[in-house]
Design a protein around this ligand. Structure first.
Ligand code: HEM
Length: 319
């Protein structure tokens, strides 16, 4: 090897050669490639042009761009939550790793709950009430990542509509539980039993994926991991309680504040694009979704979602 070459560089080249040799690859061809390749740029690395080409309003109302971009920001954070959960499910019995990932998830949800004012206070009501008609019957209700986070957090039985949750027939029957998920009931007309078009479209695209995820995470959702490895870990218990509140009380209340600001009207509220009876459907105290029921007292469960109402309606933060 050329003695004028920096010893660090020599060492790196030797390591590179070994790396490629293991796969039967000739390092010099790769060095050749490197010689001709362009320097990476920030805009190429994060695909900035593609990212900024994804906000396509259906109308001329300027605030529609705010609405689209904030949904996309939320979906990117929901994707990071799922990425942490995937790594937690793949790691066994590592409390430090689990807690660190749980704290990341809680941080993402604090950002999502506290930043929801971008929606509630960051658009003109007039504009919103006009451009929303162009996105019927689409609704955030159709966020698949939101549902996957629920499935990766707890056992499916805890996502069943509260009126069927204690049915004996439900126990251990994943397919029956999937049929009675709270959000499926929420988007089904009680009288006629007819599903909204929003729900029909959503089910057609994602129900198979939700069943697969339900089976895949049956033994390694966060609740299962807690029971398997961390039942005595106080810090993890506190982190899971905080996650339960953030995902099932504070974010839903921050979101509901938006619905109330834009859709509340006397004497009759404005119908939601997804067709649910949102005043009855959205409040966490009605949905009663609790990922870790064993971590709450009976009193706390009875009052679920109430504590946060005043706080959320007064614009208080999520922590
Ligand atoms: C002005 C802002 C918003 C308003 C007025 C609003 C309104 C609503 C309403 C009325 C529903 C009930 C379902 C329906 O019938 O459509 C709903 C559900 C939902 N929205 Fe929004 N939304 C807003 C922003 C967002 C954003 C930014 C997201 C982020 C992804 C989002 C995600 C969801 C989810 C996940 C549901 C289902 C919630 C559940 O099942 O408990 N929404 N929204």
């Amino acid at each position: 090897m050329d003695s004028t070459l920096d010893p660090k560089l020599q060492e790196l080249l030797v390591k590179l050669q070994q790396k490629y040799a293991v796969m039967g690859q000739d390092m010099s061809s790769y060095l050749d490639g490197l010689l001709h390749s362009d320097y990476l740029t920030y805009w190429d690395y994060i695909h900035l042009d593609t990212l900024l080409s994804l906000q396509n309003p259906k109308t001329q109302f300027p605030d529609e761009r705010v609405f689209i971009a904030y949904h996309q920001v939320t979906e990117l954070f929901l994707n990071l939550v799922l990425w942490e959960m995937e790594q937690m499910a793949a790691k066994e019995n590592d409390a430090a790793f689990f807690l660190a990932r749980l704290e990341r998830i809680n941080r993402y949800f604090v950002i999502l709950a506290d930043s929801f004012s971008v929606m509630t206070d960051g658009m003109e009501r007039d504009q919103f009430l006009k451009f929303r008609m162009s996105l019927l019957p689409a609704s955030g209700f159709q966020s698949a990542q939101y549902r996957l986070i629920e499935i990766c957090s707890t056992d499916m039985i805890n996502l069943v509509d509260v009126q069927f949750r204690d049915d004996q027939a439900m126990a251990g029957n994943l397919e029956l539980q999937l049929q009675h998920l709270y959000w499926r009931s929420g988007a089904t007309e009680l009288a006629s039993g007819k599903k909204t078009l929003t729900l029909q479209q959503f089910e057609q695209k994602y129900m198979k994926k939700f069943l697969e995820a339900g089976m895949q995470y049956q033994s390694k959702n966060l609740r299962r991991l807690y029971h398997t490895w961390f039942e005595k870990d106080e810090k993890i218990i506190q982190g899971l309680r905080e996650f339960d509140q953030l995902a099932n009380v504070y974010w839903p209340l921050a979101h509901m504040r938006s619905a109330a600001r834009y859709l509340h009207r006397d004497p009759e509220d404005i119908k939601a694009t997804g067709g649910t009876n949102w005043q009855k459907y959205l409040p966490p105290r009605f949905q009663k979704v609790i990922f870790f029921p064993e971590l709450w007292s009976e009193q706390e469960k009875v009052e679920w979602g109430r504590a946060g109402v005043e706080r959320a309606l007064s614009g208080g933060g999520s922590r």
